[in-house]
Design a protein around this ligand. Sequence first.
Ligand code: ZN
Ligand code: MN
Length: 130
Amino acid sequence: MEKYRALGIKLTPQRLAILNYLKENKSHPAAEDIYKIVSKKFPTMSFATVYNTIEALKIKGCVKELKIDPAKKRYDLDTSPHHHFICTNCNEIIDIFKDFNLELAYQMPKGFELKGSHVEFYGLCSNCID
Ligand code: ZN
Ligand code: MN
């Protein structure tokens, strides 16, 4: 929690609840999913508060936004480099921790510097394979 204070993020009970939800749910929730759960504990909290809190965390680099789900923005508290697999039936997103050694050394435009890569895999999760 020191990390957030150092970044100048005031940790209100609502924000703590949002962070804890993200920490405990590795399912890459959307803002709607987070709101559904956290608003049970804080009934007066609006969806806008949840959304703005996540966006503020994103700007500070504490949360990563995933664009892999075409229906809605999904969030990842794990900002370390990793890849994702999305189920095209139920939109479950799982982490893929594997180094694919993607080399761009010979195609990099002059003056560009490679910082990383993100591979998106599509398919069906175990629940959706009949
Ligand atoms: Zn599925
Ligand atoms: Mn992830």
